[in-house]
Design a binder for this molecule. Structure first.
Ligand SMILES: NC(=O)c1ccc[n+]([C@@H]2O[C@H](COP(=O)([O-])OP(=O)(O)OC[C@H]3O[C@@H](n4cnc5c(N)ncnc54)[C@H](OP(=O)(O)O)[C@@H]3O)[C@@H](O)[C@H]2O)c1
Length: 407
């Protein structure tokens, strides 16, 4: 039964703020925030902290029952118990409460058992196991439900999750740094840093927000990148690359031969592979030509500087680069990767653009010229979605309108 109750934007916006605190830790689950309001006062808050752990609604309910300081004062003033306050409160949640037993019991059931009489929801959950069932379960139990509240705003926190569920692939961000005259790097010579310290820190902050980071074979061999987040605290992404034509394999064998090292892994060879990509300090995945899969087994057995896993994933090689980009996304979806940053080089980036396998492009633009080298990828004609200036450098962000429509 619907009453004359009017939901308040402030409370749902607080739920969005809370949801964002889970960024980088909950994927491929959604970032969800929840607040519980008793007589226009927030008495409980919660968000989904970590993949596999309690959902936002349960954390918010528990924060009332614990109870927190606000609840303790209210209980003293009113003579009510925390359970009584919940039975007279409104729960605001950014995503429809789940209705199924996954890693945790259904949140809709928990809300019903707690006796919360009213729920305000921003976005429906497209996951086929939920998709309206959470709302239905609440309504059938007599809970008053208000849906689609600040839905567009709410959607911002669910871009990754909705892409993962509805398009069956990770959310894809293409990122590169270019000189003011449009080059990614010099064609020859040492790798060069294109942008200054602020944008490097920003780049590392971006890395901890996503599940995986990918570069092409050319970049692995030219730059020997670490692909980690060392300038910003947070979860390290899975690092990903490819070796479809055995160039990395050949480079490693040549290095081992030239340095008189055997190519049979043994404990004393820990960390002796020439490329940082294989140092096992971070979870790593390499796509290789399926017909040559066995040639790569020794890499997976090679001890590194750390103990993180190295997974070799076979793919069917075609000469159509955009199709290969789609194959990587299928492979990463199987690994439960909810979001991916592709950081170069030009060839790999362009294949994602040509295949339209992207959701966002972030271009870091330096104030210096390179005067030649590898040209930056060509962006489909569109206006940037946003600009930001960092000293004399810029970040332009583009959004894929076609992919936005499908979310
Ligand atoms: N400024 C920046 O932001 C930035 C970032 C990264 C790199 N860079 C620079 O870019 C240069 C390397 O660029 P690059 O274009 O030569 O290298 P890249 O894009 O890193 O690698 C290209 C190679 O990756 C393999 N590949 C596998 N799947 C692919 C796909 N779907 N599409 C395209 N290639 C695919 C191919 O090698 P196989 O034939 O062996 O399969 C291809 O030749 C370096 O100088 C590096 O410093 C700059």
């Amino acid at each position: 039964m619907q009453t004359s109750f009017q939901p308040q934007e402030t409370f749902m916006r607080r739920a969005f703020e809370l949801a964002a605190l889970g960024r980088g830790y909950v994927s491929p689950n959604p970032m969800v925030g929840c607040v519980i309001v008793y007589q226009d006062r927030i008495i409980g808050e919660g968000f989904h902290h970590q993949y596999g752990e309690a959902h936002a609604e349960v954390n918010a309910i528990n924060s009332v029952l614990t109870p927190n300081a606000t609840v303790a004062v209210l209980c003293r003033q009113t003579g009510l118990k925390p359970e009584d306050l919940l039975r007279q409160s409104t729960l605001y949640v950014s995503l429809e409460p789940c209705a199924h037993y996954g890693k945790t019991p259904p949140c809709a059931k928990k809300i019903i058992e707690t006796g919360i009489p009213r729920v305000v929801v921003s976005c429906g959950d497209p996951n086929p196991e939920v998709n309206g069932k959470g709302i239905q379960m609440l309504r059938e139990a007599g809970v008053e439900v208000h849906e689609h509240f600040l839905e567009q705003e709410g959607m911002e926190t669910f871009r990754r999750f909705f892409t993962h569920v509805t398009k069956n692939r990770p959310y894809v961000i293409l990122k590169w740094a270019q000189s003011s005259d449009g080059y990614l790097s010099r064609s020859q010579g040492k790798p060069c840093l294109i942008t200054g310290k602020s944008l490097q820190v920003l780049n590392h902050a971006y890395r901890v927000e996503e599940d995986a980071i990918m570069v092409g074979t050319g970049t692995i061999l030219a730059d020997n990148p670490r692909l980690n987040a060392r300038m910003f605290r947070g979860k390290q992404p899975l690092r990903v690359s490819t070796d479809l034509h055995g160039k990395i394999l050949k480079y490693i064998h040549t290095y081992l031969t030239e340095n008189g090292l055997p190519d049979k892994p043994s404990p004393e060879l820990a960390g002796k592979l020439p490329l940082r990509f294989f140092d096992r300090t971070q979870r790593t995945l390499l796509f290789v030509d399926g017909t040559r899969f066995d040639e790569y087994r020794f890499l997976a057995d090679w001890p590194g500087l750390g103990n993180e896993s190295l997974k070799i994933v076979p793919v069917k090689v075609t000469t159509a680069w955009p199709e290969m980009a789609a194959a990587y996304l299928r492979g990463l979806q199987k690994e439960r990767i909810g979001s991916l940053i592709v950081e170069g080089g030009a060839a790999l980036l362009q294949s994602f653009i040509v295949g339209d396998h992207w959701d966002e492009i972030r271009v870091f633009i330096s104030d210096k010229d390179l005067g030649g080298g590898y040209a930056a990828p060509r962006i489909p004609p569109s206006k940037p979605y946003s600009f930001a200036q960092y000293g004399s450098e810029w970040v332009h962000v583009y959004r894929n309108k076609a992919s936005d429509r499908l979310i």
